[in-house]
Design a protein. Structure first.
Length: 185
């Protein structure tokens, strides 16, 4: 993933983000494809998902987290730790990311979670995506989200929150599988 300079506009950074990740940047696809090795999973690109992903993509730029599996787990942990507000799709997509991340990149996910607990995110700061946000500089957005601050050491409240969210993540991720197994039993 490219790095984004503080002086760059969020619009220019987002265009670069789209290009480097092969995204069309219109948010108009009917279905979203998620590759898990040789398996492709599809889910609807519902209006609520589009509403959340417009801010989620800007979070990638502001935080520097990649769009790899580990990077998505990091940003998922960061967003959950800071809260996803009224963005139901953000909660639903980020919860499983924590469990996955703790399995494949535990230190990075814990670090991102603590960072999220001690910074802000656009789900709360903006409430909704607005075009004016794209005119701001990357550095200004990072500063307003307190991403330019030193991350404090993990505190007992952070540990407790992480354990709670990791448990919720496992339940949310494994619950449907357990229900299917139970129904087939």
């Amino acid at each position: 993933m490219p790095t984004y300079e503080d002086a760059q506009s969020m619009f220019d950074a987002r265009q670069r983000y789209f290009a480097s990740n092969g995204f069309d940047g219109t948010y108009s696809e009917r279905w979203v494809k998620l590759k898990a090795g040789p398996i492709a999973l599809y889910f609807p690109n519902a209006p609520g998902r589009v509403r959340a992903v417009k801010l989620h993509d800007l979070h990638h730029i502001a935080t520097g987290y990649n769009t790899t599996w580990a990077g998505e787990a990091e940003i998922g942990a960061w967003e959950i730790a800071g809260g996803c507000g009224r963005f139901v799709w953000a909660w639903a997509l980020n919860l499983p990311a924590i469990a996955l991340g703790l399995a494949i990149a535990p230190r990075a996910v814990v670090h991102a979670f603590v960072r999220g607990r001690h910074s802000r995110n656009l789900y709360h700061a903006e409430g909704e995506f607005r075009e004016a946000l794209l005119r701001r500089s990357v550095g200004d957005v990072r500063h307003s989200l307190e991403l330019d601050q030193t991350i404090p050491p993990m505190r007992s409240a952070d540990v407790l929150a992480l354990v709670m969210w990791a448990t919720a993540s496992l339940a949310f991720s494994l619950g449907p599988l357990a229900a299917i197994v139970y129904a087939l039993w």
